[in-house]
Design a protein around this ligand. Structure first.
Ligand SMILES: Cc1ncc(COP(=O)(O)O)c(C=O)c1O
Length: 488
């Protein structure tokens, strides 16, 4: 193709994938690349530019994700016929319209989930979601909305969806629940905020896993709670440490099925000990079961909630991993005595989740769409996980130690003590690889360096190639600085 110049400047400090992305976008803006025009394959284009294929793949992925490109299976990649809004507002070839307002010229930075590199953490395989089936369901429900469905809904959620979620959780996660205990919310983040507002007061202590999930940290900080980090070991949260810290804690937040980010599952002994601790201290246990649908090595473990005989566990889950994050639908399963308080608090937040989505989702669950999708995705993710592990063994074995890779959509790998994972991440970014630093998941001073490597968004082949590039990055002089960072 290169009918337009796209110089790649290795000295500019801007990552190569970013330069390619910008170069292509700048060629689309004035119409040098036209709607419908076919793009060269990533292999040819990388050869023409004299760069590896990975930054080209990353740039293409981002342009696809933002709607500048479209892909037709078997035919290649094209400039989109329907380009994102406002794209041509200031382009010279267009008839003169009203001058673009500052808002039109502003190009917002891409949202966090839009940088779909091979190691993107926490994002499922969005291209494998059954879009057509889902779109058909949503359209049918939109056409058939009754007057009651157009009006205010139940703050606990649409009854059909609460029932479908309860059925799903009873059978797949051994959650003990009836539909009446389920409250539909806008994802786990909203579930945590709601739980904090009902159960905790500003200044209350909340034990969180160390290292742990930044979303939970954020939610409790926003509720002005006091975060108390409790270390995680091979069996999950250390209950001995919890006892040492736990005299005045209102709640403990845990991810027992698949600890985020280390990946361990909490042992049965620890589960009983945690429940016992909660009863003795009159504290709540917030169980976040965010991605346990995907387990590759053994059968999924049942929920902690299913072992709770004293009504101390608040169970929360999400469709962000099983379906897609933009769905923004999650759920809480509450001990019955808490239901009314949560529903009242829900009214004060955002009333209730959009009815149309809930109706479509209820049918998707009832008709077996979710179960079918999960079955299919397990096989796909297993293949991707296996490719990632094989690539890490082949290219990074001397530098990275994989911790636990039995479940979920990412693998956590340790760097040697004293390494600086921030530097590694920056070097990776320059080569088009976007991951997360393990050290950023801690709130205390003692942090283990490592990488969280997602495998949801890339094919097995792309992951193998990405591990090869990662191996090169890790062998670059100075990539793994042997110094503790005093600034964190
Ligand atoms: C531990 C944990 N909980 C929950 C979520 C998803 O949250 P949400 O439902 O708000 O998208 C994630 C996403 O990465 C996660 O890692």
């Amino acid at each position: 193709m290169t009918t337009f110049p796209l110089p790649v400047d290795r000295t500019s400090g801007s990552p190569i994938h970013r330069q390619i992305y910008e170069g292509l976008r700048q060629a689309i803006l004035p119409g040098r690349l036209r709607p419908g025009q076919r793009l060269p394959s990533t292999r040819c284009f990388s050869r023409e530019l004299g760069v590896s294929r990975l930054p080209v793949l990353t740039a293409y992925d981002q342009l696809l994700h933002e709607g500048y490109f479209s892909a037709k299976i078997g035919s290649g990649t094209f400039v989109s016929d329907a380009l994102p809004d406002d794209l041509f507002l200031s382009s010279p070839g267009r008839p003169a319209g009203p001058p673009a307002r500052p808002r039109d010229r502003f190009q917002p930075p891409p949202p966090p989930g839009s940088r779909l590199g091979p190691f993107q953490v926490g994002i499922p395989a969005l291209d494998r979601f059954p879009h057509a089936e889902w779109a058909g369901l949503v359209a049918r429900h939109a056409r058939g909305l009754t007057l009651a469905q157009l009006s205010y809904g139940d703050p606990a959620g649409w009854p059909a969806l609460r029932g479908a979620v309860a059925d799903h959780l009873r059978t797949t996660r051994a959650v003990r629940c009836e539909a009446e205990q389920v409250v539909i919310v806008s994802g786990s983040q909203a579930a945590l905020r709601l739980a904090a507002s009902v159960l905790l007061s500003p200044g209350d202590g909340v034990a969180i896993e160390e290292p742990g999930y930044f979303g939970a940290q954020r939610a409790f900080e926003a509720a002005r709670c006091r975060l108390v980090p409790v270390p995680v070991d091979e069996e999950g949260l250390s209950i001995a440490s919890l006892h040492r810290r736990g005299r005045r804690l209102g709640a403990v937040y845990v991810t027992p099925s698949h600890q985020f980010p280390l990946g361990v599952s909490m042992s049965a002994g620890r589960r009983f000990a945690l429940l016992d601790w909660a009863v003795r201290h009159d504290a709540w246990v917030l169980e976040d079961d965010y991605d346990s649908e995907f387990r590759y090595v053994s059968r999924p473990l049942g929920s902690l909630q299913g072992m709770d005989t004293h009504g101390r566990v608040i169970y929360l889950g999400t469709f962000s991993k099983a379906l897609f994050p933009a769905m923004r639908v999650g759920y809480l399963v509450l001990p019955p005595p808490l239901c009314d308080r949560f529903v009242e608090a829900r009214r004060a937040f955002d009333f209730f989740p959009p009815s149309l989505l809930q109706l479509a989702l209820a049918e998707f669950l009832d008709a077996g769409g979710l179960a079918r999708h999960l079955r299919r995705m397990r096989g796909i993710y297993q293949e991707r996980r296996d490719a990632l592990l094989a690539g890490l063994r082949r290219h990074c074995a001397r530098v990275l130690t994989v911790h636990d890779a039995d479940a979920g959509l990412h693998v956590t790998a340790f760097l040697a003590d004293g390494a600086d994972d921030g530097i590694v991440l920056r070097r990776m970014e320059e080569r088009g690889l976007v991951a997360r630093a393990l050290s950023a998941c801690y709130i205390g001073a003692a942090r283990r360096p490592g990488l969280l490597l997602g495998f949801g968004t890339a094919t097995a082949q792309q992951l193998l190639e990405a591990t090869r590039v990662l191996g090169e990055v890790l062998r670059e002089p100075g990539a793994i600085a042997a110094a503790h960072r005093a600034d964190r």
